[in-house]
Each structure stands twice: as C-alpha cells, then as structure tokens.
Design a protein around this ligand. Structure first.
Ligand SMILES: Cc1cc2nc3c(=O)[nH]c(=O)nc-3n(C[C@H](O)[C@H](O)[C@H](O)COP(=O)(O)OP(=O)(O)OC[C@H]3O[C@@H](n4cnc5c(N)ncnc54)[C@H](O)[C@@H]3O)c2cc1C
Length: 406
C-alpha cells in the first residue's frame, strides 16, 4: 500500500484536553507540531469535552495565563473562594479561604466543553498545529533519530515522522499497548456520579467537599448559581442512582449533603464514571513520552487529574521549546526526574483521601473527624492542604511564572 510521509518535530496522539493544551503551549515554540485525533472535534461523542467540569487550581490558572488561554476562559468560569470540608455524622469541619492564602481565588470551576472550545478555537487560528482528524493510529516505529506514527486518515495510510511522539490518548492508551508499556491498576470499586444541580440558596463561591458513609460528595460552584456535583459511591449504588428519576435523585442527594445550600431544586443530565487509579509503569520509552490520563488516571475526589497533567505539559513545553531535538534522551530523562515527585504527592494525597474517607469503621470515622478538626485549627496544616489543592507544592514552570503571580 502507498504511504505518504510527512515530517515534523512533535506528533501528539490524542487531541483531548491534555493533547490540545500541549499543542497550544507549543504554539509559540520553534517546533512544528502535528496532532492525531480519533473523534471528530465537533462531535457530541468527543470523549474529552463532555458535560464534566474541572476544578482548576490556582496553579493551573497561572499556566493557562502563560499559554494565553486564560483571558477567553476567565468570564466563563466561577471562582472558588472558600473550600469547606466536612464529614457527615461527625463533628469537625475545616475551611480554607483564599485571602488566608493571599490569592485572588483558590481555584476555578470550568466546564470541559467550554475549555475544549477555547483550545480548539486557538488551535485553528493560524494553521499550526496540523490536525489529522478523524484519524486512526495503526502502528509506531521507533528509530534512533526519529519516531514514526503510522496513521489512517480518509482511507489513506500516512506516516507522520517526528523527533518526539507524545501519547495523550487517554486512559485506554493504544500507544501504551503498542509499545508494551504496562500499567498498575488500583480498582476502588467506586464510580463517580456527576450532575449539575441548582440550589435555592446562593453558593457564594464556596466549594463543599462532604465525606459521607456513602462516599464523598463535592459541590463545586458554577456560573448561574449552578453547582457541579461529583458523588462517589460503590459501583452498584451508582447504577441505582443512575436509574432514579430526577426528583428521587435530588431527594437522595439532599439527604446526604444536607441543607447548607437550601433545597436542591433542579438537576441536569447525570453521568457515571468508574474510578480506578491507573499509573503507567513508564512515562518515557525511546522517543515517546506519555502524558495525561494515559500516564496517570486519578480518582476525582480532590480534582487533581487535569491539574497534574497541566503541570506536566508545562514542564515538557519548557524543556522541549529550547531544544534542538525534542526527543533527546537526556531531555526526556530530565523531564521524568523533575516531574516524578509531584505525581507521587498527588497519588498519595488523593489515595489517602479516598481510603480514609471511604471507610465507615467507627474509629476511622473519629480519626478523620479529628484530622479535619486538626487541619481546621492548625494554620500550617491548613496551609499545606491549601497549597496541595492549589497545585503550588512543587517547582513552578516557566509558563506559570510568565503569568507573574508565582
Ligand atoms: C468525574 C470526573 C471528574 C473530574 N474532575 C476533575 C477536576 O475537577 N479537576 C481535574 O484536574 N481533573 C478532573 N478529572 C480528570 C480529568 O477529567 C482528566 O485529567 C482529563 O480528562 C484527562 O484528559 P486526557 O486528554 O489525558 O484524556 P481524554 O480526555 O481521555 O482524551 C483522550 C483523547 O485522545 C483521543 N484518542 C484516544 N485514542 C486515540 C488514538 N488511538 N488515536 C487518536 N486519538 C485517540 C480521544 O478521542 C480523546 O480525544 C475528572 C475526571 C473524572 C472522571
């Protein structure tokens, strides 16, 4: 079969939230970039730009500002000024406030679909990067100086030959499979049921994280006084919650969450996502680097997955923008070394939240209540929790520093 061949410096497999963000970040660099995406961009089936919302940390805002994505996004997001953490049935709650951390906001809530539209708007402005969409990845050929992505587009096979291939193809990563990169999987046996809910009272830019015996519930403030609800429950219960009609679902949610926001009066479409911690055993193989959900898919309880990925791609952008050869092995090794501690911190933070707060054994309940009270009372502990939530606990990237806040 005839194969046409194109050359570039960086080929990104997957144009979801992470792949498209990386392509945007690289727009100002000297490197030519190609993006291979399987789903048509405007399609409602596009898996990355769905009805979910993202709690963007303050650190992510700085990176998006450095990428010049923040300005079009700013009036479409809602600020989180306070995080209120509580435990149903136990005394003890803690509040983290933006002014105590000396930032304009602790974070922001953005809709995946809205961020997707802004990213694609930017990417379609000057013909850079080149998009192959819809296109199917067939194989990967690694050589000492280049890596080939063999793809099928419009019934034709093409070879996109690059110096670096970035796998941003999501949790079921074909790139990982093709290169026999393993992954460790920790199945929490839980699913996240998500929905947008409108309460009677104003949310006043407070994000609520409430731990209950039926799993943690997050209420994140959205525009138009909506709240984005992420309710984590054992998978069997998620199926049951998905079957309920809207009124019964709201009643059940109200029972668990309480009346902090008054009556919950309206609910949008519900979706359920099974939750696992999936971690690639390697994030660099030859001239291939794995990012986003393909590298680490994290429980959404602390809203850290995309934030972590954004810090990864900010560092990758910093390193490869200056390099003659973006797939150079020393450069990729330096990327791994600079990013591994942050990833480990996020795994530990998220995993311990899931384990401590999903456990309804009585002493554990008292321990977590005491833990929350301690965090509430001891300022340095609260500050530490805030810095982790704000994505500020590691070294900041050049893109983040460009915004001038860190
Ligand atoms: C319920 C829930 C709530 C969350 N909340 C938050 C939050 O508040 N804050 C936060 O930071 N994170 C959050 N996350 C995590 C966040 O959603 C992920 O980090 C993010 O979606 C990862 O994006 P990605 O681009 O890596 O992967 P994906 O979104 O899966 O995108 C992968 C892309 O690759 C394409 N693709 C796949 N295979 C191929 C192929 N072979 N060839 C070409 N293209 C391919 C797909 O079509 C898709 O466009 C949440 C996750 C869940 C499940």
């Amino acid at each position: 079969m005839h194969r046409s061949e194109t050359e570039c410096e960086v080929v990104i497999i997957g144009g979801g939230l992470v792949g498209a963000s990386l392509a945007c970040a690289l727009q100002g660099s000297r490197h030519s970039v190609h993006v291979v995406e399987a789903s048509p961009i405007a399609s409602t089936k596009q898996p990355s730009y769905d009805d979910r919302t993202l709690a963007l940390s303050w650190g992510s805002r700085c990176i998006l500002e450095g990428m010049k994505i923040w300005r079009p996004l700013a009036d479409k997001v809602e600020a989180i000024n306070t995080i209120h953490i509580s435990d149903r049935g136990h005394f003890g709650a803690t509040r983290i406030r933006h002014y105590e951390e000396h930032v304009e906001a602790l974070g922001y809530v953005a809709e995946n679909r809205v961020l997707g539209e802004i990213l694609y708007d930017r990417l379609s402005q000057d013909g850079r990067p080149v998009f192959h969409c819809p296109a199917r990845l067939i194989s990967i050929e690694q050589g000492p100086d280049s890596v080939n992505a063999v793809i099928e587009e419009n019934g034709t096979q093409r070879v996109v030959s690059a110096r670096l291939l970035v796998a941003a193809d999501g949790v079921v990563s074909q790139v990982r499979d093709l290169l026999h990169i393993g992954s460790s999987v920790q199945d929490y046996g839980q699913s996240a049921v998500i929905a947008n809910v409108t309460p009677v009272l104003r949310h006043n830019n407070v994000a609520y994280e409430r731990f209950t015996d039926a799993g943690p519930i997050a209420f994140l403030p959205m525009t138009q006084n909506r709240c984005s609800v992420v309710w984590t429950v054992p998978t069997a219960q998620a199926d049951e919650l998905m079957q309920l009609d809207d009124a019964s679902f709201l009643q059940r949610l109200q029972q668990r969450f309480g009346y902090r926001l008054g009556q919950l009066k309206k609910v949008g479409k519900r979706h359920a996502y099974p939750l696992k911690l999936i971690e690639a055993t390697q994030v660099v193989r030859g001239r291939v680097v794995v990012v986003g959900n393909a590298a680490h898919s994290i429980h959404p309880v602390a809203g850290q997955g995309f934030n972590l990925a954004l810090r990864d791609i900010a560092m990758l952008t910093e390193l490869i923008s200056k390099a003659e050869d973006p797939g150079d092995s020393r450069l990729l090794q330096s990327y791994v070394e600079q990013r591994q501690d942050d990833a480990r911190r996020v795994y530990r933070f998220t995993d311990s939240l899931v384990k401590i707060f999903s456990n309804d054994i009585a002493p554990m309940g008292h321990l977590r209540a005491a833990g929350l009270a301690a965090v509430g009372l001891i300022a340095p502990l609260r500050h530490q929790l805030a810095r982790q939530s704000m994505g500020l606990s590691g070294r900041s990237s050049e893109l983040a520093r460009r915004a001038g806040h860190v």
